[in-house]
Design a protein around this ligand. Structure first.
Ligand SMILES: NC(=O)c1ccc[n+]([C@@H]2O[C@H](COP(=O)([O-])OP(=O)(O)OC[C@H]3O[C@@H](n4cnc5c(N)ncnc54)[C@H](OP(=O)(O)O)[C@@H]3O)[C@@H](O)[C@H]2O)c1
Length: 304
């Protein structure tokens, strides 16, 4: 396992950072930024105290006035709110309306050099032919999810503070064991006759990559947040089955929705790599091994 360089937000230690949507990824990011000497405010709706020294703030991004609690002089705002449900209304609330409200609140309270980092998704791509995609590839999302995320991205690029979008692939990590559980139970499916490339990133690399791009002197507008190895789904399932000593043959049953089930593309992290980020978990092999061994940080304990 390699480790990334220390998190380096806009300037040296002592910045004020708001992590809006301080859940699983946000808690790791907030802890790392606080450890690096920044003042970190973690924002979420529920009254869940984040560990000290993170300052917990309760606010709902869909209610503008609730964001008045944000402090002045913000140097960095990271938007990690996740939709409550997989429907257009929830997606619009989380990835369009909430983004607009937080951008407005941040603009009113931002330091001149403030950055805004938005966690988007590789769901903005509609490619299905197993081709490579990067930040310049066409974005023709097949459904409302990608379309609404693109609306959110456009808001981030249009308004101050300066925005950076990180399009994350399927996140896995401690506590996110849907695929592991499905393989263990013999419920995971893959069609060897229809290759299906899947893309993923370990939760800790989501946090690491976001901290990294936030600290770049001249970041690009968009980065793909994915690991080094887009992998065929049947390969990942077979590898997990071997690790778990579970049934090796994929069975014909669905293990539920995933970021990539209806697509088939290979997402490139070349831009992120070229910017200097070193993945902590370069492929699913290192990442799932750490999850299975319980050697990653524990998951966000407030998740239901
Ligand atoms: N899951 C994936 O594979 C995937 C793939 C690509 C991108 N992403 C994106 O990655 C980001 C981080 O994901 P994650 O796994 O860390 O999500 P998570 O653990 O569910 O955290 C999301 C946080 O947002 C807060 N939140 C939700 N609605 C809110 C609202 N209206 N106002 C304020 N806070 C709100 C939640 O807390 P409360 O409920 O207490 O408010 C929670 O703490 C998200 O933006 C997600 O869309 C995820």
């Amino acid at each position: 396992m390699t480790t990334s360089a220390a998190a380096t937000p806009p300037a040296a230690a002592g910045n004020t950072v708001a992590v809006v949507g301080c859940g699983d990824v946000g808690s790791v990011l907030a802890a790392e930024l606080a450890a690096a000497g920044h003042r970190v405010i973690g924002v979420r709706r529920r009254a869940v105290e984040l560990p000290q020294p993170i300052e917990t703030v309760r606010a709902d991004v869909t209610v503008s006035r609730s964001l008045e609690v944000l402090p002045d002089g913000l140097d960095l705002v990271v938007y990690l709110v996740a939709a409550d449900r997989r429907d257009p209304e929830a997606y619009r609330a989380a990835y369009v309306d909430g983004v607009a409200n937080v951008l407005a609140a941040a603009a009113a309270r931002a330091a001149p050099s403030c950055r805004f980092v938005f966690a988007s998704s590789t769901a903005v791509y509609g490619q299905t032919g197993g081709e490579w995609v990067d930040e310049d590839s066409p974005t023709e999302p097949p459904d409302f999810r990608g379309a609404l995320l693109l609306e959110g991205e456009a808001l981030v690029h249009a308004a101050p503070p300066r925005g950076v979008v990180v399009r994350l692939a399927g996140i896995y990590g401690p506590g996110r064991t849907r695929l592991i559980d499905a393989v263990r139970a013999g419920r995971a499916s893959a069609s060897p006759n229809r290759p299906e490339y899947t893309n993923r990133i370990h939760r800790d690399d989501c946090a690491g990559a976001i901290a990294h791009v936030a600290g770049l002197p001249e970041p690009d507008g968009v980065y793909l947040g994915v690991d080094d190895r887009p992998a065929p789904r049947d390969e990942v399932l077979g590898w997990l089955a071997a690790e778990l000593d579970a049934p090796a043959e994929p069975v014909d049953a669905d293990d539920g929705p995933s970021e990539d089930r209806r697509s088939n593309k290979r997402c490139s992290n070349a831009r992120l790599r070229a910017s200097g980020y070193e993945l902590r978990f370069p492929t699913y092999v290192e990442g799932y091994r750490a999850v299975l061994a319980g050697t990653s940080r524990p998951p966000d304990s407030s998740k239901e």
